[in-house]
Design a protein around this ligand. Sequence first.
Ligand code: DC
Length: 219
Amino acid sequence: MELRVIAIDGPAGSGKSTVARAVADALGLEYLDTGAMYRSVTFAALRSDVDPADTDAVGELAAGLEITVDNGVVTVDGVDATIEIRGPEVTRAVSTVAANPTVRTELVSRQREWARRRGGGVIEGRDIGSVVFPDALLKVYLTASEDARAGRRAKEVTDLDYETVAADLARRDALDQGRASSPLVEVGGAIAIDTTDREVDAIVAEVLRLVDAADSGAP
Ligand code: DC
């Protein structure tokens, strides 16, 4: 069966989650935040005192971990991790865990399984259009200026100042784009949308038009 996948990739703070959630709602599809899965493995490593840089130990941990992402609520081996996976400790270590090839293989296979069970969905991440679903119905690559992205993240994490958030974002961008295993890339066939000075509604409307066009077989 052909899967109806809408892939939404882009760097942190580009608006992926907001746009992906709204597009999923409008289309009556389910939404998967794959970043939450990498964050969940990081959460589990920190919680069990496993060094996030210990490739073998973290890979082994990921293979046996039960992660559920449901309606914004994330559980890791039955523990509600919704708040903690967005906290500074997980955010600091997550790029290291996301660069681990064993972790990526495990989570990519779970993401494919998630979509297979549902016949598709709106899936956001860094490698969805490039690696996880290269045959997606539509691939969108969201971008925004560094300043706009840091400003959005600073609003979400009220306990850190703008400079700290901007520096962390730049560091994570470099790690996510520079890693050997499935780096963040703007893949051929993806449609880039700059969200810097645009209203969410207008971006969502644009993505929905692109879905319509893809459905009717437009290139
Ligand atoms: O989107 P986010 O900030 O929650 O993502 C957390 C980290 O996980 C980020 O450093 C990039 C990584 N990630 C990834 O490598 N591949 C994905 N499909 C999703 C996220």
